[in-house]
Write a new protein. Sequence first.
Lengths: 92, 514
Amino acid sequence: MTKILLDPTGERSAPHRERLPRPATLHGQVVGLLDISKPRGDVFLDRLEQLLVDAGVHVRRYRKPTFTKPAPVDLRHEIATQCTLVIEALAD
Amino acid sequence: MTTASAPPLPDGLVVVVKRECETCRMVAPLLGQIGQIGQIGQTSLLGPHVTVYTQDDPGFPAGVGPIHDDDLSVSWHHDIETVPTLIRVAGGIEAERTVGWVRDEWRRITGISTLGDELPVFLPGCGSLSVDPDRVDALRAAFEGHLLHSRRIELADPEDEMEAMFQRGFTDGLPVVPPTEQRVLRMLQGTHRHPQEVVAVVAPDLVPATVEKVAVNAVMAGCLPEHLPWVIAALEAVCTDEFNIHGVLATTMPVGPVIVCNGPGTRAIGMNSEGNAFGQGNRANLTIGRAVQLVVRNVGGGRPGEVDRATHGNPGKISFCFAEREQDSPFTSLAVSRGCLPTDDAVTVFAGEGPRSVVDQKVRTATELANVFAACLRTLHSPKLVLAFDAILVVGPEHARVLADEGWDRERLLAELHQRLQLPGSELVWGAGGIADGVPMHLREATLPKFRPGGILLVHAGGGAGLFSAIIGGWANGAMGSEPVTRLVHAHPHAEDRELTEDRELTDQREVSR
């Protein structure tokens, strides 16, 4: 006999979004550096900022309120509208 | 109560019977009499119109033209629990009913004052086939299956349903109970809430979980219907911004939702607060916690290796749920300390790791016990890390007796612990004791508490033998991580009570929020 079960999932299919192509050059890009507030993430990003600025790239810095929660929507919007690339410092 | 989609009953009198029932056989001869109550010459005096539905034998009772309620739809929709049931219908609406044989009631409803003179005054009826435990699940699926909105997954005959659940990624690594319509509808009997009501929005995918989806996962976890309100309350608590299940999942630390249950309902549903309270062997403890985790996995999309990035995890991430041993506790309960009443049923969720034991079998004084508790609590996660983590201290009954003998209550014990856990910065700074981690060097001269105020949650649980207690370490606390959250469990609310309870719940949430 055919068995019928109920789907236990949220029955959602996430929209598939292609990644943007990697830029051929950093020239003219605005790079956002996102500190997720893990200890010493700033050390890593400070060094990156220095390297990028030395290479003539425009850099903007951002920081999440806490690493334990997703970035607030306003912060995501701010980064998306102000930057063409973003680098996230994930961990200690 | 007659359901909205019930097939209409004809006006007049309606009687539902089954041949198997002795009382039905006794009243059967009356049914013809009711329709024809007298004779004057060649003229019959007609009584009220009688329609008889028979549940089992299509020809029973003979001579009254019974209608066979073959699929029991009439009995189901008109909520027939006992046969015989006599109903008076006027204008398509049920006016009154009586069940079994109560002579005065039958006379009043039929309007025949001499009805059943030769019969006893009273004879109880029998159970309706529509409430037969062997049939009720199938009937509910047939008549109420449309209430379930979940996608149906059809398995082929040769498919093993247990393996099919594994293959589709629905399980936590252990087999689950296949969620059939019958089982899910039975589970929903455990709550007053509508199947399509949203319980919570579940991270990480931020998907609204309906009561139905929670029930599906509760079936899979092995819950009974009476466990469902506890699962719902725990999910409501876990899916708050304060508890932050997204972060609890995503962290590399070995934590998951630890569910502490309080109130008389814990005993009513057979939860274990005594020997082996954290361990195996108790259905309520294990399945309530497991159901919560399955909802997070299946509805929220929180799976190990994906958003769940735990370095080690812990076995409690399958289920870690237990009740407080309130009946002989020297303390007010955890829920009461967080704003509930002793008569409330409540859950408190805590982002915690597995339990570790505190052993002192020679302790005889409350002071000695506070000393060993403080010494063990100090090492939580690292003896060098302070303020960032909360803990649940689960005091075992034999240790609790030592405290009770000296009149130490919750407040006294917590005050003594916090006093002992004021630590010199010189022992905590980076590098001190040859241990790299710790606090920044500028805090060398400071005195720092191991725990923030309220950072130790006290619970009484465990078996009667053994001078042991336990510590459940927490995760990053406060607004930057996870706060413990307490929610009331609404098992059997009446409408008027519910309003009061919800008012108080709002107050409670304000009080317990730090």
